[in-house]
Design a binder for this molecule. Structure first.
Ligand code: UDP
Length: 565
């Protein structure tokens, strides 16, 4: 399975291949071409088809609707962003292969007819039974559904899954808290369970990591690529001419050009874009397969700071390139960078592609200070001397994405207090924890405990830690080779948990604060969390030691704990 796109002007995006199954997403409608046996080529692939519950799933791609202004489609063939298209195509393919019945809508009219909302009645106080077990949409789609579903929107809110590239942190999601504390943005405050937001990369563990698929090569292809690499060839990351205008870029291109022939895939209509220097061989925007061919020959894929966190660097690394990118100092965030301004996250981005830097790293990924031309030049020389194998993290393979989405559909249930989701296999975490490991510097779930035996993630993957002041729970868990798991905050939000972590409180208060539970050394005050949807792995303050719930994870599949399958 792999998302592809074509330059055929009659449609914006071509979906998926490899399973003999494909989707065409036209600018105005979706058509689906698929043989009736989706498992035919999937014999060895997880999971066995017979165990699958078959769900009715609505996929409403809001950003492609005319009503949302559809700024995307006109730019698709002109170097505009394609990452979201890649991800949607893969989501469609995965859900289909997992055996679900899909309805795909890209207009308001189709949406209304599928929801069974009578035209013009969207705002009436009316609850219409929802014919879908799950709805995958984006922020635009969510807004449209809120307007057109009447009271059903509230009733069935737990069935939504929001595809949200950069993520939504809990502080921005909680309406009252966001309003009171300056976290209000154009996107946030839906009061969802933060795990209902699904991201492109594993940003904050508060959200679910959805991801996408990049093409995986077999060993013959890998060997062929290695034998045919041109060690003097570099491809620049960026298909829109505007990114070539970034200050100081020409200087670095000249340094690079001392050692390598530079190729670009920058969109143009008739004339060569003036932003691209004459010594760069520009191919124009390529159909994806030709782009992949270029990557197969190239030694280096080089980023100049924008776009942030797209699929192309993973594709380049999977095709045996080294990815060279700039370190950001100070880091980019919604506080100091236009691109992130108004996004419901306070995440600090330390390089163009933090996932490549932190989850892949050397020898495939080199992150250097582009303000220092010596460091830049030394990196290029070093890269020319090394040989790297094509590499793709498991979570971005076809099987990895199938496995992850299968687990989510089987186990994630956000309908505990309202309608239960018919797709979920077992109930969610137990409601109480009384016995914690005695005299331990951190907390673990006792293996003989009967409570929570059916919870997901399983409670025995839980470890509770006291973070250093100023540290987020995301980082405090990573420091220990673990991942923050917000569904376990519940276990730490008790006076007993403070005691077991050797924290003695002079006073304990319960308040709404996305950093709680936490301990303030000054005054020896302990703070409990009053609002469960504010539990947050993200966020820190030098005043607090946060209490952090961590869990183990599978190598190459950070979304899943060791026993999560
Ligand atoms: N791509 C392409 N032709 C090109 C350059 C890129 O088909 O000339 C594809 C690339 O293979 C990737 C997609 O565009 O799958 C999106 O890549 P990028 O990382 O640039 O993300 P974006 O910024 O577009 O979201």
């Amino acid at each position: 399975m792999h998302a592809r796109w074509t330059s055929d002007p009659c449609y914006a995006f071509f979906g998926v291949d490899g399973t003999e199954c494909s989707f065409l997403i036209y600018l105005s409608e979706v058509e689906w071409f698929c043989p009736p046996m989706p498992w035919r080529n999937q014999t060895a692939v997880f999971p066995p088809p017979k165990s699958l519950p078959k769900g009715q799933i609505l996929i409403h791609i809001g950003f492609l609707t005319e009503e949302s202004g559809d700024v995307f489609s006109p730019r698709v063939l002109k170097g505009g962003p394609l990452g979201e298209m890649v991800q949607w195509a893969d989501i469609l393919a995965v859900l289909f292969i997992l055996g679900h019945n899909l309805k795909i809508t890209v207009s308001l009219k189709e949406l209304q007819s599928n929801l069974g909302v009578p035209p013009g009645r969207g705002n009436c106080p009316l609850t219409v039974p929802l014919p879908f077990d799950l709805i995958y949409t984006d922020y635009h789609g969510l807004q449209q559904m809120k307007q057109h579903m009447g009271l059903s929107f509230k009733k069935y809110r737990c069935r939504f899954r929001v595809i949200d590239t950069f993520g939504t942190e809990p502080a921005y999601n909680h309406e009252e808290y966001a309003t009171l504390h300056g976290y209000r943005t154009n996107w946030g405050y839906w009061n969802f369970n933060p795990k209902q937001f699904m991201t492109m990369f594993p940003h904050t563990p508060d959200n679910s990591f959805m991801g996408f698929v990049s093409e995986e090569l077999n060993s013959t292809e890998k060997q062929f690529i290695k034998n045919n690499k041109d060690s003097n060839m570099a491809v620049v990351y960026g298909k829109e001419a505007s990114i070539w205008k970034l200050q100081g870029k020409e200087k670095f291109l000249r340094i690079l050009n001392k050692y390598m022939e530079i190729h670009g895939t920058v969109y143009y209509e008739t004339q060569r874009p003036p932003e691209v220097p004459a010594f760069v061989k520009n191919h124009g925007l390529l159909p994806q397969q030709e782009f992949q061919q270029l990557l197969r020959k190239a030694k280096l894929f080089i980023g100049f700071g924008f776009p942030y966190e797209g699929p192309a660097p993973l594709e380049a690394i999977a095709n045996g390139c080294v990815f060279l990118q700039s370190r950001f100092s100070p880091p980019h965030s919604s506080l100091n960078h236009e691109f992130f301004r108004g996004k419901p996250t306070s995440r600090e981005v330390f390089s163009q592609h933090p996932y490549a830097e932190n989850f892949i790293g050397k020898p495939h990924v080199w992150t250097v200070d582009y303000n220092n031309s010596e460091e830049f030049e030394a990196a290029i020389k070093a890269i020319m001397r090394i040989q790297v194998d094509p590499y793709l993290p498991y979570e971005y393979t076809c099987e990895g994405m199938l496995e992850r989405i299968y687990a989510y559909i089987q186990h994630q249930d956000f309908c505990i207090t309202t309608e239960s989701s018919p797709l979920v296999a077992s109930p969610q975490p137990a409601r109480a924890l009384s016995a914690l490991a005695p005299n331990a510097p951190h907390l673990v779930w006792p293996h003989n405990a009967s409570l929570g035996s059916e919870a997901w993630p399983p409670v025995h993957s839980f470890q509770g830690w006291l973070a250093e002041t100023g540290r987020t729970c995301t980082d405090a868990c990573l420091d220990r080779g673990l991942i923050c798991e917000p569904s376990f905050f519940f276990f730490l939000n008790t006076q007993d948990a403070f005691l077991k972590l050797n924290v003695s409180c002079d006073r304990t208060e319960s308040e709404m604060n996305h950093l709680y539970p936490a301990f303030a050394q000054l005054g020896r005050e302990c703070y409990l969390q009053k609002e469960p949807i504010l539990y947050s792995c993200a966020g820190s303050n030098t005043k607090y030691h946060r209490l952090c719930p961590c869990r183990d994870f599978q190598k190459g599949q950070v979304a899943l704990c060791q026993d999560c399958l």
